[in-house]
Design a protein around this ligand. Sequence first.
Ligand code: NAI
Length: 320
Amino acid sequence: FLDMLRFLGRVVVVTGAGNGLGKEYALAFGARGASVVVNDLGGNTSGDSSQSSRPADEVVKLIQASGGKAVADYNSVENGKAVIQTAIDNFGRIDILVNNAGILRDKSFVNMTEQDWDLVHRIHLRAAYSLTHAAWPYMRKQQFGRVIFTTSTSGLYGNFGQANYSAAKMGLVGLSNTLSFEGAKYNITCNAIAPTAFSRLTQGLLPSGAEENLKPEFVMPLVLYLCHESCSDTGSLFEVAGGWIGKVRLQKSSGAMVRRANAPMTAEDVRDNWKDIISFAKPLYHLTQADQVSHIMNVVETISNNDEKTTNDIFTQTFS
Ligand code: NAI
């Protein structure tokens, strides 16, 4: 295996690494030479106050038993500074951060409490901010960093009963997008993954009988590759499940210019152009906001000049 992807000398923080997907990542990084901070506060799936050092300890033991380097960290991801400090104190650096820890507090929106909303946002979105913000100065200074954000198809597509979770998960995509730009000149890459795998979190949520095909170990290899120094892809979003991996991007319709020169833009103009506005016959893709702005600047030049109605005319027609 001469061309095997190794992580010798790299220090990795995997959050929520005591179970499920995070455990799989931590074991794999450990087996490939990285020093691993196994973060997990040992909570339950709804983030109630229960805590235990056992899940993190067990993963650390497994890594050490096969000759790898690992240390447990029991801080909540809400305290990103403390988690990153564990990496610095034990291994002297931080190269790779996998934002993975997560909980669910599913409820239909009408029954969702402020606590359900806030807790899910704190553990998913705010924690990812807190951790990444703490790791960022180290990554900048050493001109190397790999950050993974874990989003969800519930965020990308929406899912009944997950208003809190899907909003936080979509927030992570925005965070990854922006940090991919801010990190570019320091060789810090930021990517988001939307995994699907059997875990205690998805118990009863995935098709029964699919367990053999939807194992966390079929998600792990993508995370490893994205975190390797040989992969420079950044600002990307991937769906990954059961061994299938695909890149996801936003698409928009060619749309319609519904405004005419020297005429007010009206709701009727929108209605009359609706078919074109929503038609995906010729989709457009923009990879940066600058592309999007230049598209708009080109499009406004296509305004037709054949309607000389003025705002005042419409106003008079409507109200007189
Ligand atoms: P899991 O429940 O098996 O593992 C999550 C781990 O995070 C647990 O060990 C838990 O103790 C830990 N954790 C929770 N709150 C924490 C906190 N405040 N501080 C430190 N650790 C904490 O869940 P799973 O399925 O492995 O999920 C991992 C990530 O993947 C989550 O972000 C989840 O939202 C996301 N995800 C998973 C999907 C799946 O199909 N399993 C689908 C889409 C997203």
